[in-house]
Design a protein around this ligand. Structure first.
Ligand code: URA
Length: 425
């Protein structure tokens, strides 16, 4: 049945529910180009202002999935389980998590995106490894899942094409920050990917999409409800993103840190969260194996080497290093009382680690290495962090971005728990 775009917009503008038929039609017609960008922008704004309930959001998600294909992965002989993070600063968790969970007996089909703004993208990080390639065919994904158990690669254009078009439109019309639209955007891609279970890492704090606990809880609840409506067991961890994760922010720097974790070392916060997410994924997959043992024994590292090599990368090759490195020094003695994730993420981005527009390249070696952690005692003049870049002109902008994101004081600081809450299956 054909509807009128104006009627659909008016329904939501006036605060009513959209019917299943309206949703199916408007998403499909927009994908085909029969509903214009200006009409979809008006509808997205009406949704942002008036919301959608769980049933509408689940139907919207389904319509976006139906706008493309579901990835037809053959039975690879292991349960498929994936993780999605809403994005944070220094969030390199996928790099170690995918091989770790594979080493414990599940298969991880992780179709990822590139970074935009101050949060980095997993593909950008892996592309710092010489030779590694992100684009794989469905057959290659299936073969690698069967042989290695883990694949991290670029999402294909046929997965939820309505979302790709709508996300670009939301980006330029001030309509990204709608919880039903964010939830349906993330879940449509994950459900179309065909995973059997999904763990969501919803980040909360200055460096995250969701700045408040309430908004993060609402997003988590909405995504778990969509998963339930589509029969996808979904578990959500709400995790802190007010401070960067680990000691590095930037592509090659983060790969090196993930390798440390896979070798049984690495910063305690990265290890803690990697294990918490791995346990949640293995729980959904029904596998009773201790992931800490797989890290300590080197089994996860062996899967990492095979995962990288299977995509043309050389896991033993030296990672790119920045041509210019300088430090930011402590202005006074005392404790580091503030280490703001957004400030550090923005500094890394300005150094060249991230992009402002989708088509921009990133510098593999650019970023920030933290030399001290929150609460550590420092002396005046001691280096707090290193700025890495191939474009020294960018340093002034990075220093400005750090602004009052770093502070030295006397009062004791406690980072608080990393995992704030769990929602879902
Ligand atoms: N990530 C997505 O994939 N979609 C959104 O809408 C926001 C973040």
């Amino acid at each position: 049945m054909t509807h009128s775009a104006v009627d659909v917009i008016a329904t939501k503008r006036d605060g009513h529910r959209l019917t299943d038929a309206q949703i199916d039609w408007v998403v499909a017609a927009y994908t085909r180009g029969e509903v214009g960008d200006e009409q979809m922008a008006a509808l997205a704004m009406a949704i942002l202002l008036n919301g959608m309930d769980d049933a509408e959001t689940a139907r919207w998600t389904l319509a976006m999935i139906e706008s493309g294909e579901r990835l037809a992965l053959p039975d690879v002989g292991r349960p498929l389980v994936d993780k999605h993070s809403t994005g944070g600063v220094g969030d390199k968790l996928t790099l170690a998590l995918a091989p770790l969970v594979a080493a414990c007996g599940a298969a991880v089909p992780q179709l990822s995106g590139r970074g935009l703004g101050h949060t980095g993208g997993t593909l950008d990080k892996l592309e710092a490894i010489p030779g590694w390639r992100a684009e794989l065919s469905t057959d290659e994904v299936a073969a690698q899942l069967a042989e290695v158990g883990a694949v991290v690669c670029a999402t294909t254009p046929s997965l939820a094409p309505a979302d790709r078009k709508l996300y670009a439109l939301r980006d330029v019309t001030g309509t990204v920050a709608s919880i039903p639209l964010i939830a349906s955007s993330i879940m449509s891609k994950k459900i179309a990917e065909g995973t059997d279970g999904l763990v969501l890492d919803v980040k909360v704090g200055s460096g995250a999409f969701m700045r408040t606990r309430e908004a993060a809880e609402e997003l988590a609840r909405s995504m778990v409800a969509i998963g339930a409506a589509d029969g996808l067991p979904t578990r959500t961890l709400l995790t802190d993103m007010s401070v960067p994760l680990g000691r590095t922010v930037g592509n090659a720097l983060e790969v090196a840190e993930a390798v440390e974790v896979l070798r049984g070392g690495g910063p305690p916060d990265v290890v803690e969260l990697t294990l918490a997410l791995a346990r949640a994924m293995l729980g959904l997959a029904g596998i009773d194996v201790d992931p800490a043992e797989a890290l300590a024994s080197g089994r996860a590292f062996a899967v990492w080497e095979r995962m990288i090599a299977a995509q043309g990368g050389d896991p033993g090759a030296p990672l790119p290093r920045a041509t210019h490195v300088e430090t930011v020094d402590a202005p006074a003695s005392g404790a580091l009382t503030r280490l703001d994730a957004l400030a550090v993420g923005t500094a890394a981005w300005r150094l060249g680690a991230g992009r402002a527009r989708k088509e921009h390249p990133v510098q593999a070696a650019a970023g920030v290495r933290l030399l001290v952690g929150l609460g550590d005692e420092v002396r005046a003049g001691e280096p707090l962090l290193e700025l890495h870049t191939d474009t020294p002109d960018a340093v002034a902008g990075a220093r400005a971005a750090l602004g009052d994101g770093l502070a030295i004081g006397d009062e004791p600081v406690d980072r608080g728990p990393l995992v704030l809450d769990e929602v879902g299956a």
